[in-house]
Design a protein around this ligand. Structure first.
Ligand SMILES: Nc1ncnc2c1ncn2[C@@H]1O[C@H](COP(=O)(O)OP(=O)(O)OP(=O)(O)O)[C@@H](O)[C@H]1O
Ligand SMILES: [Mg+2]
Length: 376
């Protein structure tokens, strides 16, 4: 049986970055849900009441009937979250994506610093995305997936409260670096790739039901204070399929530049669509180039199209490496990482590796000492 969370929203990449400051404001957590039924009915009730639609309620009930809810998500009032961010003070703005703004805040009860994503609530699709995010994150539990602390669904407000990831997104550390930022070194890059792949592996192979993430990209890989990666943004995630070769047929959504060709063309979504997107991010990690970069010449704007000719010529592999690495990488490691990216980016979905195989390769590539001794 395939069950889908349907949510559609056009993605944009209008990232805006502001310096963040910690807030002394406070909030108090209200109710805590300790079972799936309470969480399901609470979310469904609050969302269907304010949207006037019954579909979100059905989605909530179906999803929670299908899987087991892992954690207690806290429910906050808008007043509490406004207090935590000094009334959503622009000084606390830490980012902005297609679905709204992200603020840094501090919760009174735990004194915990959090990130709050305030969804831009124009239209019912944002509502669905909010619901999909809360429910998907309630089904999963892994060190490489961002932790959802709670949410607010007061009136028309939809706010998600996450653990704060001190080093922002991988995107922030790969492209257009501020002058005071150090570029990531090779092994940190490989460890980030490995952790992100492990997050996907959990979604594909361990989560029950399996989850196709569908929005794997560098801005959705968040980094903690030790540069451990965690996947965020599950608003587009889909539950199922449950059988090996089965696929989900759906409307095409995601972010241009990261979508697998068969998914973009026919809407056939499989785990291998995520593997393709992983290949694009791995290529971004290796090259320091964006998946799509409109500031470059026509031949270089689309990263994958630009890189493919290099895959065929080993003597040119070094030209793919990010100049910010200043040639400080193991040559063999670079070649092997490029080979992994190339396999993930194959046009034929069935010839791409499983994410578990990618994890195995990256475990090896992120082992600093072992590789160094092999190089020498
Ligand atoms: N939990 C968090 N901790 C710290 N920073 C975060 C957190 N969540 C998001 N951010 C910051 O906010 C930025 C915007 O995130 P958001 O998910 O809203 O948009 P996006 O991923 O850039 O784009 P899109 O809407 O297309 O997914 C991130 O790139 C990151 O820098
Ligand atoms: Mg995001």
């Amino acid at each position: 049986m395939i069950f889908l969370i349907c949510c559609k929203l056009q993605r944009t990449n209008t990232m805006r970055k502001n310096t963040s400051h910690s807030s002394r404001s406070t909030v108090e957590a209200k109710d805590t849900y300790d079972d799936s039924e309470a969480l399901s009915s609470s979310i469904a009730r609050s969302i269907s009441m304010s949207s006037g639609h019954s579909k979100p309620k059905r989605i909530a009930e179906d999803v929670l009937r299908y899987g087991k809810v892992k954690v207690a998500a806290e429910v906050f009032t808008f007043k509490e979250l406004a207090a935590a961010t000094n009334n959503f003070n622009p000084d606390l703005l830490i980012g902005e994506g297609g679905f709204g703004r992200v603020y840094k805040g501090r919760l009174k009860k735990t004194n915990q610093i959090v990130a709050m994503k305030q969804l831009d609530m124009n239209g019912v699709q944002g509502n669905r995305e909010f619901l999909a995010e809360v429910l998907t994150l309630s089904l999963v539990d892994h060190r490489n997936l961002v932790n959802l602390i709670g949410y607010c669904a007061d009136g028309r407000q939809r706010i998600l409260v996450y653990e704060f990831m001190r080093n922002g997104s991988l995107e922030d550390h790969l492209f257009d670096l501020a002058p005071d930022m150090m570029p990531l070194d090779w092994y940190t890059r490989m460890r980030i790739a490995k952790g992100a792949a492990q997050g996907l592996e959990y979604l594909h192979n361990i989560a029950n039901p399996p989850i196709i993430y569908r929005d794997f990209k560098s801005s959705n890989i968040l980094l903690d204070e030790c540069f451990n990666p965690k996947l965020s943004d599950f608003g587009l995630a889909k539950l199922g399929p449950t059988d090996g070769d089965d696929y989900v047929s759906t409307r095409v959504m995601g972010t241009y530049g990261y979508c697998a060709p068969e998914y973009a063309q026919t809407g056939q979504l499989t785990r291998k669509s995520d593997v393709y997107s992983f290949g694009v991010v791995l290529l971004e990690i290796i090259t320091g180039r964006r998946a799509i970069d409109n500031t470059r010449t026509a031949e270089e704007q689309h990263l994958v199209s630009w890189a493919i000719p290099y895959f065929r010529d080993k003597s040119k592999f070094n030209e793919l490496a990010d100049p910010l690495l200043e040639e400080k990488y193991p040559r063999k490691g670079l070649y092997q990482a490029i080979a992994v990216a190339g396999m993930c980016l194959q046009d034929e979905a069935c010839t791409r590796p499983l994410i578990g195989d990618v994890v195995t390769a990256l475990e090896y590539l992120s082992m600093e000492l072992e590789l160094k001794s092999k190089e020498n």
